[in-house]
Write a protein that binds this ligand. Structure first.
Ligand SMILES: [Zn+2]
Length: 316
């Protein structure tokens, strides 16, 4: 049995094939190019899926999709994705017509949470919050071994928890959101305030051939002892700790999983984050919660494939 997992991100779309044991069999990726419009994307995605269908034949039994944005899992529709700039895009129906296979779609952070649940937490009957730290902050919630959707499938929009009154502007149009302190765009905006000479900074700290003022360069700078870089990460960790403290108080999870590109800077933001978590008055949820950082860059697509397989199994 093989399940396909599709992770639709702002830049790239990843497709993986996963066997029943959860092992990755193959993976492909293409540029999402959301600006060409949803119908064009569906055409290109369908071509890749058709090839994989031909390759695996009857062994292929399910498709799971994770997409950035507000997803309607009941109807397999992206309601609105700020990153992709799409509204009301139905994705599962055309893929089901094309392949005859059951297809499910969820928010990408939900699929990363499911991936963490199956691959890192051993599918036990636990509760966990998975935060995907990237351009924005995605949150997926596992409650007692089940993915938690909420009333409309929008549970876990914790990137837009307001942690400051009249705070920094967020990509959502609001202010003071967790994401507006901890998303990579916000981290680099803060870095620009503290670092006067960007070019000199990049020359000094970026690896040769990758002269980009981004969180990777900022992480390397912190490792090299740069004070401003360390301050940016400490401020980000403090903000993340405040957001996370609210989530832990609300759900009392067994685990918090951090994933996504920005989690690679864990060494530089986690001390400040842990300091906030250690200062809470209701102590037990904080002393008991286990915080893990996942290094798996394919948690989203891998999780989508496993979730599709799980649903297909339940239907059978
Ligand atoms: Zn926001």
């Amino acid at each position: 049995m093989i399940g396909l997992g599709i992770d639709i991100g702002g830049t790239n779309t990843k497709i993986v094939a996963v066997n029943a044991a959860g092992k990755l069999v193959t993976q492909e990726r293409f540029r999402t190019e959301a600006e060409k419009g949803a119908p064009d994307f569906v055409r290109r995605l369908s071509a890749v899926v058709r090839n994989l269908r031909a390759k695996y034949g009857k062994r292929l039994v399910s498709i799971g999709i994770g997409a950035a944005g507000d997803v309607d899992p009941e109807n397999g529709k992206i309601r609105f994705s700020p990153n992709l700039a799409w509204r009301n895009v139905k994705l599962t129906a055309p893929l089901e017509r094309l392949t005859g296979l059951p297809c499910v779609m969820e928010n990408d952070a939900n699929m990363a949470a499911w991936g963490a649940f199956e691959l890192e937490l051993g599918r036990k009957k636990i509760s966990a919050i998975a935060l995907t730290l990237g351009t924005g902050i995605g949150t997926g919630i596992i409650l007692n071994g089940e993915l938690f959707h909420g009333a409309t499938g929008s549970a876990g929009e914790a990137g837009h928890l307001k942690i400051e009154r009249d705070g920094r502007p967020c990509n959502c149009g609001g202010r003071g959101c967790l994401e507006s302190y901890c998303g990579s765009y916000a981290i680099m905006a803060r870095a620009r305030e503290l670092i006067s000479d960007e070019k000199e900074f990049m020359r000094k700290f970026c690896s040769p051939g990758h002269l980009k003022f981004n969180t990777i360069c900022l992480t390397d700078a912190a490792a090299a002892g740069n004070k401003q870089a360390r301050q940016v990460w400490a401020e980000m960790g403090d903000a993340l700790g405040r957001g996370l403290a609210g989530m832990i108080l609300l759900l009392n999870p067994d685990y918090v999983i951090l994933t996504g590109g920005v989690s690679k800077a864990k060494k530089w933001f986690m001390p400040a984050m842990n300091a906030v978590l250690g200062r809470q008055q209701i102590e037990t949820p904080f002393s008991e919660v286990k915080i893990k950082v996942s290094d798996d860059p394919d948690l989203g697509s891998h999780g989508a494939a496993l979730f599709g397989l799980e649903r297909a199994r339940k239907r059978a």
